[in-house]
Ligand binder design. Sequence first.
Ligand SMILES: [Zn+2]
Ligand SMILES: [Zn+2]
Length: 271
Amino acid sequence: MKSAVNAASSSLFSVLFPSDCRICHAPLTNIASLPVCAPCLNKIVPMEGPLCQICGEKLFHPNAEAEDVPLCPICKRVGAHFRRAAAYGAYEGALRDLIHLFKYKGIRPAGKVLGGLLNQTVAAIALPDSVIVIPVPLWSGRRTARGFNQAEAIARTFIDFQSSSSIQLDTSILVRTRETASQTGLTRHQRRANVRGAFAVMKPARVKGRTILIVDDVMTTGTTAGECARVLRRAGAKEVFVATVARATKEAGSVLAMAASALSGGTQGHA
Ligand SMILES: [Zn+2]
Ligand SMILES: [Zn+2]
């Protein structure tokens, strides 16, 4: 009985008085619905160019900046099913932490911030006036386990920012027809095979000739968004754009690793 009272009073305490920042653990100085401090939020910055003009991948080749239409090697070689994918920031640091708080820790107010970031991302790509917004659907089992689809929640917040009624959310068009294994650790080819046939368009008449904006929280290699775009285009969509809050920059890691190995190699050379 006593512990129940203690638990109740301590949870009341945490509502009335601010706790620590859920990212850096510094004490919060004012009461806000989002338990993240301003310095952490300020660390969330947009991706800087040069970026692939199709998939949004960060480009590291030396001449990328000088090219009229910079493209990554894959988009140059095989293209993509979507016209363009854009993300607000790199999937790392405070942005990654904020997405995790939203997705896995039940910090729902983080969704407002993420929806705002998505809104800035979409504003930067030239979309036609009339657009159907489709969040990447979750497998029903996963949706039940998580309690919500983070992509849909972010898309709904994004819609709240729109003044035009010609940008409309539709969650009934695209469905996930089967569960897919985690894409983590798979090669590009394996990822393609993993998601192939995992999505279906339920209402082709609605997408015929229309411009679609696919929304998700994170884009890793673009395989999932690419598969969604593929089935939507096959169902008659005119063009498909993709907007995500974050984008994994896979080459950044290898560039850092290369720099580190060059540095350690250099140190050894001097020794
Ligand atoms: Zn913080
Ligand atoms: Zn690309």
